[in-house]
Write a protein that binds this ligand. Sequence first.
Ligand code: PLP
Length: 390
Amino acid sequence: MEIRLRGSIRLQTLPPYLFAELDRKKEDTEASGREVLDLGVGDPDIPTPRPIVEELRAAVLDPATHRYPSYRGSAEFREAAAAWLKKRFDIDVNPATELISVIGTKEGLFHLALAIANPGDYVLVPDPAYPVYANAARFAHATPYPLPLEPPDFLPRLDLIPDDVLEQASLMYLNYPNNPTSATATREFFRQVVEFAHKNRIAVCHDAAYSEIYFGEPPPSILEIEGAMDVAIEMHSLSKTYNMTGWRVGFACGNQDLVEALATTKTNLDSGVFVAIQRAAIKAFSLYDELTGPIRDTYRSRRDVIAAALDEAGFAFKRPDATFYVWFEIPDGFRGGSVEFAGQLLERAGVLVAPGVGFGEHGEGYCRISLTAPDDVIKRAAEKLAAYRA
Ligand SMILES: *Cc1c(COP(=O)(O)O)cnc(C)c1O
């Protein structure tokens, strides 16, 4: 007997995968014995700090961690996260009602759309962006409405969204410091967002995954803004802050109704974060000052190495103040798009970057360099980039 596998309508809403050709080029290059300096993927190369690993090791040995976790995160985890928010942003979030654990923010971001968007709704999503926002909207049978992020500040123009879209919009995603553009948002911008959300009765989900990867002023939380707790939910991840992408832990916080809707959705489809990992996360919060400084220093020096190389080769870009990405323009006069440019860079320089169009149509014309490769790879890639001539 054969199963009847038609594939769900949901899966059919997902856009086609654009990078098959580039993936093949990477494999061919490696197969031919040439080294590929991979600056394409944003996944920290540095191990998780030792004290966090040690805490996990001890926690795993305690059988109390082996049972189902609480759906919302342990009281200790939620209190530690709320205390960290207080210390870092001076915001007051009730750990009992306004904060829950998530199994990585990707999970929380995606399920939030399923929790609050309906068929026929618009979901406002930045473009270029982390692809999760638009695909979550599609899975909810809502329509992603792109908000172009353009230079110089890569902030969306809220005043350009048509009224008929605003009337049908239930949710807006934002992400600052931003992947892929590395832009940061000011408190003034967040004030405008909160006012916009109140006026149009739209929920705002701010993805703060890169809030701790900064090189100047610490970036703000949207929850610092007066009135934000009425309209906003914010996602915080330990993945980038503590080099813990594989561990799958973060938290959602903010408006109680939004947190509750997400919690109800999650209660029906997952069973929370492994208790031992929650204990390790509590350790991470407690060592925030000691552990995060050196991580920032590493990315700052890598940024400087790559920025100098891009300058030397004459690429147009803004030196990032935050995130571990550099967003640069493909050269004037290059015939082709970002996928073709990334292909050429791979062929001529052996350096792999992420084509901007992979983050949305408004990402076309750019490529993204990720600084999450070992220092020696960054150095060699910088030499190749500096010598690159279109
Ligand atoms: C890496 C990243 C995340 C973090 O995802 P986790 O699921 O917490 O590991 C979230 N948002 C953006 C934009 C990212 O780049």
